[in-house]
Design a protein around this ligand. Structure first.
Ligand code: 6PG
Length: 246
């Protein structure tokens, strides 16, 4: 199932995402289960984190049942300005009643990056219940979208796009001249829900390509083929060039 949600403002977009997470985490609690989510990196998720810890929403989540993971990480220490963990700590973890043992960090300080990938895959397997095909299942994977169509650290023309055995892999990104560690497509596509959060005029071109242009099939984001639900949360600035027929 795939749905596109377009919002006039980023605050409305963040509120809609909070509503889904609040309800789904409560349903997981009612089932006596944990709610495992992978946070997105980059800047966009800030607006969601700020909403989650706002007085309007902070009491609506079942924080004790939530297990926080990351979709990807830059290979830097956790206090580095580029660290996805640092952004999440500053905007979410330090402002919500989340026990440290419920936060599962990709250790960007490890070298080589493969060591961080191996460590993180062990964390995944400790906390998540692998399904019958052995793939660990997240309740929710949150993603942003890069202007080149990348998701997590799955960049165009990189080998990680074809990884089918590992759940987590290290990937060298030539355009960034940097290593990253990322969830791979088998794990991302196994999630019960995938939310792609896209805001701002700067993303209107890539959004138009994704929704209007059939030739965009080779973009990493077009590899999303979830077993569960795929929801696009897009603000009106990023969505302004989506064709009416798309
Ligand atoms: C990262 C992210 C990456 C991000 C997109 C969008 O670590 O950078 O995982 O995939 O989601 O690049 O980034 P912005 O939200 O900053 O536009």
């Amino acid at each position: 199932m795939e749905r596109r949600h377009v919002f006039d403002s980023t605050s409305e977009l963040a509120a809609a995402v909070c509503g889904y997470i609040a309800r789904d985490s409560a349903q997981a609690k009612a089932r006596g289960q944990r709610y495992a989510l992978a946070l997105a990196g980059g800047a966009t998720p800030r607006l969601l984190h700020v909403a989650m810890v706002s007085s309007q929403w902070v009491k609506t989540f079942c924080w004790d049942e939530m297990e926080f993971f990351f979709g990807d990480e830059r290979m830097v220490p956790p206090d580095h300005r580029d660290s996805n963990y640092r952004m999440a700590y500053e905007t979410l973890f330090s402002r919500a009643p989340i026990a440290p043992e419920h936060i599962h960090r990709i250790k960007g300080e490890l070298t080589p990056a493969m060591d961080a990938a191996i460590d993180y895959e062990k964390q995944l397997n400790r906390v998540l219940t692998p399904l019958d095909d052995g793939v660990p299942q997240f309740d929710l994977v949150l993603l942003g979208l890069g202007s080149d169509g990348h998701i997590a650290s799955l960049f165009p023309d990189t080998d990680i796009l074809n990884e089918r055995k590992r759940w987590v892999a290290a990937t060298y990104v030539p355009k960034l001249e940097a290593w990253r560690v990322s969830l791979t497509l088998p794990v991302i596509n196994r999630a019960r829900k995938i939310f792609v959060l896209i805001t701002g005029e700067s993303k209107s071109d890539i959004v138009a390509s994704v929704f209007n242009d059939a030739s965009s099939a080779d973009l990493p984001v077009k590899r999303l083929a979830p077993h569960g639900e795929l929801h696009w949360f897009i603000d009106s600035k990023a969505a302004r060039r989506i064709a009416a027929t798309a």
